[in-house]
Design a protein around this ligand. Structure first.
Ligand SMILES: [Zn+2]
Ligand SMILES: [Zn+2]
Length: 129
């Protein structure tokens, strides 16, 4: 590991080299404060993501599930189907009935289907009406 002074906070920034077998990857200098030698990896203003990976200030990529993946997993566990699948099949995510004119009695309900994947009857039930 090598060191240099962090230009952002004056603490010690570190640079790690990783031996990957076929060669050594030299990381970027990065500091605990989030400063990175490469502006692209500078996370002082908050975490950065690229292609679903979280970047760290040392030039690393961390695989992580996006929030959408997480939501889909949760929905799938409850309904055994994702909202996207339900809408594609044109069925209600909850009662699994095909979506017809009778599935909604208001324009708001029709709009809600695109958001929640539920027919208006199920949506009302879910909301406690
Ligand atoms: Zn720093
Ligand atoms: Zn339904």
């Amino acid at each position: 590991m090598s060191f240099r002074k962090c230009p952002a906070c004056g603490e010690r920034a570190t640079c790690e080299s990783v031996d990957v077998g076929v060669g050594i990857i030299y990381g970027l200098y990065g500091c605990q404060c989030g400063w990175s030698e490469d502006e692209k990896y500078d996370i002082r203003s908050g975490p950065k993501y690229e292609n679903g990976y979280r970047l760290d200030q040392w030039g690393g990529l961390h695989k992580q599930n996006s929030l959408q993946d997480l939501k889909n997993t949760i929905t799938k566990n409850i309904f055994k189907i994702t909202k996207e699948e339900a809408i594609k099949k044109n069925i209600c995510i909850d009662c699994k009935q095909p979506i017809t004119d009778k599935s909604f009695y208001s324009l708001a309900g029709q709009k809600e289907y695109k958001i929640s994947g539920m027919c208006e009857h199920c949506f009302d039930k879910a909301c406690g009406f």
